[in-house]
Write a protein that binds this ligand. Structure first.
Ligand code: PLP
Length: 445
């Protein structure tokens, strides 16, 4: 209607006059206006429907407006909206207990945060406190959040304003098999990517290294599923030198990979695990640092230098309890695994059909299609940390087809809500197929 149009015009106008958006050049922005979302779909102000293949920022695992979660937030709002973190309260206690049943067995104690970045900030504080050591090893192709410490841990090129960042962070290379830094092929390699971590630790002096921080499966740098041996070797290296293993499960956790946490598939347990996003699917901001019994004991008599006004916010905790229960009641983790199988098949079909597809990879509903100029040379279709008309054309095609996907550099990320079914996956893959045909067209130019 005319009134609806006027309303969304006003939303847009106020946005452009007053809102600063993340990771963008403000003067070039033309944000979509959205006021309605349900399940795996959302609608723009013109009434056009989009299938949300990104789960927004890979966080709406349960889909939009899940009735159980919405009701839990309403009920908690009626009971108690806020109480200080120093006080014990029902939802915080219940969530911590529930988390201890779904996280790896040794992770049983939780410090709550507002999101993923501050979970990582607090994780490294706790690692330094528990070990009395300062250095943290993290990887180049990684993302751990945008606050000063978390962006220093991050290797992704989103760091210019914070250089040189916080001291004591050492970077190592990644288990990126399609573009192995060490020139190897998985199958004939000796997991050089893990050996290199040990070598780095030896040069740094193991007694100065508190922790190795990794995304169990790398997310926004390209969904790297490491060889199983890699994580096993990192665990052994950590045990040998008494270094803590911190798994950042902010993006890969809560069913995304067809497991509660990505690391579970590798038979490895971290000492510290950070979480956010899928913990309550983003209905209210929440993150958490989970620590092992051993670390809890190590820091029990020390002062914990961590604090946030909204640590364990009751509304966020109530949303998390309802979300985790919904994952369980609706068997969504198993669904993610099953739909991951369907995804694998469809991705392989796309790779066979489209010369622009260099590599496809997925674990459950965490996937990536990597576009190349040439399959033999593997040259990316747009440069690393770059963009180009071809990716803009891919995005336009997807949006025209009613599919919202997270694209970055030469990567197309695949991360739908884990409630998705096979018919809906097929709908998504038909749109991706058309977008890839557009990308193929650029190869001949
Ligand atoms: N860690 C990982 C692996 C992430 O993907 C993200 C966000 O995308 C973060 C940390 C940061 O989380 P937040 O944006 O909630 O601070």
């Amino acid at each position: 209607t005319v009134d609806d149009q006027r309303f969304s015009d006003e939303v847009y106008r106020s946005d452009r006059e007053h809102v600063l958006h993340s990771w963008s050049v403000q003067s070039r922005l033309k944000p979509m206006v959205v006021n309605e979302a349900r399940g795996i779909y959302f609608w723009d102000s013109g009434g056009k429907r989009y299938l949300d293949l990104a789960s927004q920022l890979v966080n709406s695992n349960i889909g939009h407006q899940h009735p159980k979660v919405v009701q839990a937030i309403k009920d908690q709002a009626d009971k108690l909206c806020y109480i200080a973190p120093s006080i014990a309260t029902e939802t915080r206690s219940a969530l911590a207990k529930l988390l201890s049943t779904v996280t790896p067995p040794r992770i049983n104690h939780f410090f709550f945060t507002n999101g993923g970045a501050d979970a990582n900030e607090n994780a490294i504080k706790i690692a330094r406190l528990a070990t009395g050591r300062q250095k943290i090893i993290s990887r180049y192709r990684s993302y751990h959040g945008s606050t000063y410490g978390a962006i220093t841990l991050t290797g992704d090129p989103r760091r210019p304003p914070v250089e040189p960042g916080i001291p004591g962070v050492i970077k190592v290379y990644d288990p990126y098999c399609y573009r192995c830094t060490f020139g190897q092929e998985y199958g004939s390699c000796r997991i050089e990517c893990a050996k290199h971590v040990e070598e780095t630790i030896l040069y740094e002096n193991p007694k100065t290294v508190a922790a190795i921080l990794i995304e169990s499966i790398t997310g926004s740098n390209g969904v790297f599923i490491p060889p199983r041996e890699y994580l096993v070797m990192l665990r052994e290296i950590c045990d040998t030198y008494h270094i803590l293993l911190i798994a950042d499960e902010v993006m890969s956790g809560f069913g995304r990979t067809g497991e509660w946490f990505a690391i579970n598939a590798f038979g490895v347990e971290p000492d510290i695990m950070t979480m956010a996003k899928g913990i309550n699917s983003g209905y209210v901001p929440l993150g958490a640092v989970g620590i092992s019994d051993a670390i809890a004991t190590a820091i029990a008599d020390q002062y914990l230098y961590c604090g946030l006004t909204y640590s364990g916010h009751p509304l966020a905790c109530a949303a998390a309890i309802a979300t985790i229960e919904a994952y369980q009641e609706e068997e969504l983790i198993a669904n993610a695994r099953a739909m991951g199988g369907v995804t694998r098949g469809s991705m392989e079909d796309l790779k066979r059909k489209h010369p622009c597809v260099g590599d496809v990879r997925n674990q459950g509903l965490f996937g990536c299609i990597e576009l190349v100029k040439d399959r033999a040379s593997r040259e990316p279709i747009v440069p690393w940390n770059g963009s180009g008309e071809v990716m803009a054309a891919v995005e336009r095609t997807l949006l025209a087809e009613g599919v919202f996907m997270y694209l970055r550099w030469n990567y197309m990320f695949f991360a739908p809500p884990i409630i998705i079914n096979e018919a809906q996956l097929n709908e998504a893959f038909r749109a991706i197929d058309r977008a890839l045909t557009v990308a193929d067209g650029y190869l001949q130019r």
